[in-house]
Design a protein around this ligand. Structure first.
Ligand code: C2O
Ligand code: CU
Length: 595
């Protein structure tokens, strides 16, 4: 059983146990003997069964089980010790069992709330608050049901509840000043890249665009979704002028996966101010990485990207024979080396893009499909009708990619895969989530049952470029209350806090930095560090056995533990976030900075 399924199973069992005790308690308060005994027996079994899931989770990693072992388990033991004997004695007056059964229910609910509201990092404060809640609820129940506890018992209960509440609140509400992340506006690097050789202007504005035969309201670059495809040859100096016509909340350009100097990274409030209506900003950087990338606004990025402010950035290798650098300009260029097709997948107003198209290709022609996922969730891509290789992921060539057939690939939010093949005499088709988006002729294929490629085992291994890690960070991804801000809010959290309350990660130039990324939530989190590609070391304890994988976007599934490393070679302050953009907006964003 995967750790993700264990997390789900444990949650379901905890809910059942809580419901069983509460139901049993309510039934016995109503003097309904049979249902009371039945529900309580069920609750007893599920409470005991939870020991199995908690133990399994603890073995998978302490991050997954800390609060369950330290808070849920003691509360469950208390529940069993208090309610179990009552149940076994099955008293003639079933109503006398109501308070113990309800106590057990409150204990299970308290433990459940800890996991759901603030499970990580586990803290004494949260545990004490749970105890205070359980004792208070039990005391109130006692009074309401008119079962008279002795004066000593009620005084003790009140004292315990008050002490736990006061201490717990004191421990939880520790005033933590929002960490200061410097906002740099350092334009020094921009001037230093030399004379521009490729110039573009992108004007952001509201627009009405036609998709699949209907008009939808969008935000567009130069009136089109996606925006213009920006192409360059390695070595070019790009100069991109961004203008904002009427996007009230501002725009920027972030070069997703392109490790530009910090001042050109396009993060508002961090590397520049958002470009407001009527304003402009000029980006300038040297194209020194070949490959498939994309650009998008980083101002209110959740809404902005979804509405259409994105486009493709393509950097081709220098021509082998030393021709002019601009010769491969244009989308889907048919060059001497073959057919090059970009497939930026997006969902605009509920309509999947790009629209399906068919273009015959002569047999024997080399074809490169550049698959880009610009949505916030994973897409499944399947190429039917030909064997193919995955030549590159996230712009970096893979080592020794072998031919694949009838195999799907999953591309995380923000990620890119380049698939290459030689056109056969028969048609081929690319399906995205079962929908044909590109084909060279009619193909009928059922691709949904195909196995999915695991990039960690694909291609030929090579030794890591470093044998050391100088600094390590652990990022535990969860859902819960961020208690560090002024007002608690339910967020997507990293180490129990949400943006802007997550302490920045500070590194020194030249260090090899390791990240352990742990997902204890029930959501997929596509992780994205700006300014650097990370080398994947292992996933769930299994090291990479295939080609070295240099990624800028990777899906951390529920229960996953990824270990990655990168060289701190690009100074500045960088966003480090989940690329499910609503999650980033709901707190899952922190910053990496150089000291
Ligand atoms: Cu493509 Cu910070 O994002
Ligand atoms: Cu996420």
């Amino acid at each position: 059983m995967s750790v993700g399924s264990l997390l789900v199973a444990d949650l379901v069992i905890a809910v059942l146990a809580a419901a069983g005790w509460l139901g049993g308690g309510a039934a016995s308060a109503a003097r309904r003997r049979r249902p009371a005994l039945g529900l309580a027996a069920f609750a007893l079994l599920t409470t005991v069964a939870r020991a199995v899931t908690i133990t399994a989770l603890a073995r998978a990693g302490w991050w997954f089980a800390a609060e369950k072992v330290l808070i849920a388990a003691p509360l469950s033991v208390a529940a069993v010790v208090v309610a179990g004997p009552r149940l076994l004695r099955a008293p003639a007056d079933i109503r006398s069992a109501a308070v113990p059964l309800l106590f057990a229910g409150y204990a299970e609910v308290g433990a459940l709330l800890v996991t759901v509201l603030h499970g990580y990092p586990v803290s004494a404060g949260v545990g004490l608050l749970a105890v205070a809640g359980v004792v208070t609820a039990t005391g109130v129940t006692w009074r309401v049901l008119g079962a008279r506890p002795s004066g000593t018992v009620s005084r003790t209960a009140v004292a315990v509840a008050v002490a736990a509440l006061v201490t717990g609140t004191g421990l939880v509400v520790t005033p933590a000043a929002a960490p200061a992340v410097p906002h740099r506006h350092d334009d020094a690097a921009a001037g230093a890249v030399g004379e521009p050789t490729r110039r573009f202007t992108l004007t952001a504005g509201t627009a009405t665009v036609g998709v699949s035969g209907r008009n939808v309201a969008a935000w567009a670059f130069n009136g089109q979704v996606p925006g213009p495809e920006l192409t360059a040859t390695v070595g070019d100096v790009l100069e991109v002028t961004l203008r904002n016509r009427d996007i009230g909340r501002g725009v920027t350009l972030h070069w997703h996966g392109y490790d530009v100097p910090n001042s050109q990274d396009g993060v508002p409030g961090m590397t520049q101010d958002a470009v407001l209506p009527g304003q402009e900003f000029v980006y300038r950087f040297r194209a020194d990485q070949v490959g498939t990338y994309w650009y998008h606004t980083h101002a209110v990025s959740d809404v902005g990207v979804r509405m259409g402010l994105y486009g493709v950035l393509l950097v081709r290798p220098a021509p082998a024979t030393g021709g002019a650098s601009a010769s491969t300009d244009g989308a889907d260029a048919t060059t001497a080396t073959g057919v090059d097709v970009t497939v930026p997948v997006h969902t605009l107003a509920g309509v999947p893009l790009p629209e399906s198209r068919t273009e015959p290709v002569a047999a024997g022609t080399p074809v490169r499909l550049r698959l880009i996922n610009t949505d916030s969730t994973t897409h499944r891509y399947a190429l039917a009708g030909t064997p193919f290789r995955v030549a590159a992921i996230d712009g970096y060539d893979l080592r020794g990619p072998t031919p694949l057939a009838d195999t799907a690939v999953l591309i995380p939010a923000g990620g890119r895969y380049d698939l290459v093949f030689t056109a056969p005499a028969t048609p081929v088709a690319l399906f995205v989530d079962g929908r044909a988006v590109y084909s060279t002729g009619a193909v009928s294929a059922e691709t949904r049952a195909w196995p999915v490629l695991d990039p960690l085992t694909y291609g030929a291994a090579a030794p890591a470029p470093w044998s050391r890690v100088d600094r390590e960070f652990t990022l535990v991804l969860d859902r819960g209350l961020d208690l560090r801000g002024l007002l608690p809010r339910y967020a997507h959290t990293v180490n129990g806090a949400a943006d802007p309350d997550i302490p920045p990660q500070v590194v020194r130039q030249g260090e090899v930095v390791g990240f352990t990324i742990v997902n204890r939530s029930l959501f997929v989190h596509p992780w994205h560090l700006h300014g650097h590609h990370v080398l994947v070391l292992s996933r769930n304890g299994r090291p990479v056995t295939g080609s070295p994988l240099w990624l800028d976007s990777f899906d951390v599934l529920p229960g996953d533990v990824w270990k990655v490393a990168f060289l701190a070679d690009n100074p500045g302050t960088w966003a480090n976030h989940c690329h499910n953009l609503p999650h980033a907006d709901a707190g899952m964003m922190l910053h990496l900075m150089y000291s």
